[in-house]
Design a protein. Structure first.
Length: 192
């Protein structure tokens, strides 16, 4: 019987040891899991703070609407600028061609006028401000049907409308005085 008691005590002690070891392992696992949960909690707090910061940094709806409107306007302006550039290039090519197709290509010009356009729209003839009446008087001395050249230099900032205005003025004088005219842009000039 004493052997039975000792056996029972040994079995009981073994069971208790196993239970203690299992409890200790479970406690270690729980501690590890709690550490992970604490890390997750810290990450969650950090993410919430980041979310609040981003919400505060987000522009108001009115600002977003304004930016979207500005972007649409910018796109329209780009398209308009491309069309105007194409138009200006076409006008420049037209202006570089003789105004009167009937004039012979080899005709010697009776008079050559050098015109410069400034970026502010000012027009000068051979370095002096334009006197349209004086130009008309010079042209009226030419024989009817004579050809005169107008050579135009314009900086990059000059708009094609300014060139067209000058060309139209000379064309009107040529028609009124029954003259032929060649309107040429000087090489190396660009028209926006």
């Amino acid at each position: 019987m004493a052997a039975l008691r000792w056996t029972l005590l040994l079995v009981f002690a073994g069971a208790m040891t196993v239970a203690l070891l299992l409890q200790r392992e479970s406690a270690a696992n729980l501690r590890d899991e709690m550490g992970l949960l604490r890390d997750d909690q810290r990450e969650l707090v950090r993410l919430r703070a980041e979310h609040v910061r981003l919400l505060a940094a987000q522009p108001p709806a009115a600002e977003l609407t304004r930016l979207q409107t500005d972007r649409a306007a910018l796109q329209r302006l780009r398209t308009e600028l491309e069309k105007m550039t194409e138009h200006a290039e076409a006008a420049s090519r037209r202006l570089a061609q003789p105004m009167d197709a009937a004039a012979p290509a080899t005709a010697q010009a009776a008079l050559t006028l050098s015109v410069a356009l400034a970026g502010d729209g000012a027009v000068s003839l051979e370095g002096n401000p334009v006197d349209w009446a004086g130009i008309k008087q010079r042209l009226s001395r030419l024989a009817h049907g004579a050809t005169f050249d107008v050579r135009v230099s314009a900086p990059v900032g000059v708009h094609s409308n300014q060139l067209q205005t000058v060309a139209d003025a000379f064309k009107a004088m040529a028609q009124e005085l029954d003259l032929r005219m060649t309107f040429l842009l000087e090489p190396g000039q660009a028209v926006p």
